[in-house]
Design a binder for this molecule. Structure first.
Ligand SMILES: O=C(O)[C@H]1NCC[C@@H]1O
Length: 347
């Protein structure tokens, strides 16, 4: 859990923030373990609003250069207010605070098991992570004292719009699908933007997806079944268009936050994409589909598990699975007289 920090000012010594560093399919996960200031708020959404409104400088110090980089991603453990949850988490990136993050839940599943935050059971340890979007059920392979592959069920995923037409400056009129997998994403195939995900430079994918996100934000007001705070477009996922079931991986690249490129196939994006494929009759519970990241080729699997409803929406529970790995630990400091102590981004 986040602990009290020794904030640095002219009178106190520099603060120290400790982290555990992981990656899931190449996407970084900086888990803040010590040194974050005390967070106020009863519910997880109040805590998310509190860190956004009062402690944003810590996100910038840890996500931005020189301690992070443009596409850095972090997780801050907090006390859950959902009694069924084992841990609570706030997510952060280059621009703000995500509502859900599948790659982080995969890493945090292993971390919770390895740190003894939950009682372990073989062959799988189960835990619930309270995310801003709601409770996420996580199962961690646990055999011979070692944590391994992780699968999770997020909150119900639903399709918000299919074949929604939008005008995207410089790219023309395109059709997007919009779906929620703990966060809202717009989806469209690379061909409709004149790109080929297999060969396009990452900057071209970043620019095109960002243009789509901006256009959809302007054109399509979103509704979340429970919380207006969660009704925003988090990013755009460009796919290879191979949505019909096939045993080989389909490729997608997610661009979220302030044009951050996910190195992983995007757990919440896979959740939302499976909801679309399910609605179109392209996937069923007997078929786990492989989703590969356009950035690194890393793979997650996704499949629909059961149908449900959430508010006005037909929804589906989706199972996503993937692997996370440790890359190290860190101890970050800030010197009061460092002119760049609060972080910067070079775009
Ligand atoms: O896997 C995910 O769901 C996340 N990865 C970065 C963007 C999303 O929050």
């Amino acid at each position: 859990m986040a602990e009290k920090s020794t904030l640095s000012d002219s009178k106190s010594p520099p603060f120290v923030i400790k982290t555990v560093e992981m990656h899931t399919g190449g996407e970084p996960l900086r888990i803040i373990t010590e040194g974050y200031p005390k967070i106020q708020g009863k519910t997880i959404l109040e805590k998310r609003a509190y860190v956004r409104d009062h402690l944003d400088v810590f996100r910038k110090r840890l996500m931005w250069e020189p301690r992070g980089h443009y596409d850095m991603y972090g997780a801050l453990l907090v006390e859950p207010d959902d009694e069924t949850a084992d841990i609570g988490v706030l997510f952060m990136h280059n621009e703000g605070y995500s509502t859900m993050c599948g790659h982080a839940c995969i890493g945090l599943g292993r971390y919770a098991v390895d740190k003894g935050l939950v009682p372990t059971k073989s062959p799988e340890t189960e835990l619930i992570i309270q995310c801003p979007t709601g409770p996420v059920k996580v199962w961690v392979d646990y055999q011979g004292g070692k944590s391994g592959r992780v699968r999770f069920h997020s909150v119900p995923a639903f399709v918000f719009a299919l074949d929604q037409e939008v005008d995207v400056p410089n790219y023309g009129r395109v059709k997007v699908d919009i779906a929620y997998g703990g966060a809202f994403y717009a989806f469209l195939p690379d061909s409709s933007l004149g790109l080929d995900l297999r060969t396009a430079p990452v900057q071209a994918v970043r620019n095109a997806a960002t243009a789509v996100t901006e256009a959809v934000k302007k054109a399509v007001p979103l509704r979340h079944p429970e919380h207006p705070d969660l009704a925003f477009l988090y990013g755009t996922i460009i796919t290879d268009g191979r949505d019909e079931y096939d045993p080989t991986p389909t490729v997608n690249t997610c661009v979220f936050g302030d044009a951050s490129v996910d190195r992983s196939p995007t757990g919440s994006g896979v959740t939302a994409r499976v909801a679309i494929q399910h609605r179109r009759g392209q996937i069923d519970p007997s078929k786990a589909r492989q989703f590969a990241s356009g950035a690194t080729g890393s793979v997650m699997t996704g499949r629909p598990v059961r149908e449900t409803r959430w508010g006005e929406f037909d929804a589906v529970i989706v199972e996503v699975a993937g692997n996370a790995y440790y890359t190290g630990t860190a101890e970050f400091t800030v010197e009061p007289d460092d002119p760049l102590k609060n972080g910067f981004l070079v775009k």
